[in-house]
Design a binder for this molecule. Structure first.
Ligand SMILES: [Zn+2]
Ligand SMILES: [Zn+2]
Length: 143
């Protein structure tokens, strides 16, 4: 079993009959509901105690479910300039090389809905700040 740490969370890659998973809430792989940590109603192998917990977990950590939730929260508008149209969902704390599919970084407070223009600006600003933090910012290279 590989284990690594990301922002204080241990990311161990584990496996069950439904596929590979990582520990996010700490309930994964414990034989309890992944979302609420509650007991399962019977011995049947499962990940969640009820449909509500499944939905909550998926909407919080799965990119595929988190995106429509973020768009709805934003009212299908860019959260920076209010534009409607081609919208993209941006990770405030970047994923770097972490897998996107299921990740603690997909939780809604780490997502912001941006139009293409604002998204591009945001990434240029982020790379400038990163470069600056590393002492690599060269005047005129990043705007
Ligand atoms: Zn539950
Ligand atoms: Zn915008």
């Amino acid at each position: 079993m590989q284990a690594m740490w990301l922002y204080g969370f241990e990311l161990s890659v584990m496996k069950d009959k439904y596929g590979e998973y990582r520990s996010i809430t700490g309930h994964e792989g414990t034989g309890c509901c992944w979302w609420c940590g509650g007991k399962f109603p019977d011995k049947r192998p499962r990940r969640f105690c009820c449909e509500e917990c499944r939905n909550k977990y998926q909407e919080t950590y799965y990119w595929f479910w988190a995106v429509p939730v973020a768009l709805q929260r934003a009212g299908h508008k860019c959260e920076e300039c209010g534009t409607r149209g081609a919208l993209e969902v941006h990770h405030i704390e970047p994923l770097n090389n972490e897998p996107r599919v299921c990740n603690i970084l997909n939780r809604s407070e780490n997502l912001i809905v941006l139009c293409r223009a604002c998204h591009g600006k945001r990434h240029r600003k982020d790379s400038w700040e990163k470069a600056e933090a590393k002492g690599q910012a060269i005047l005129g290279l990043y705007k």
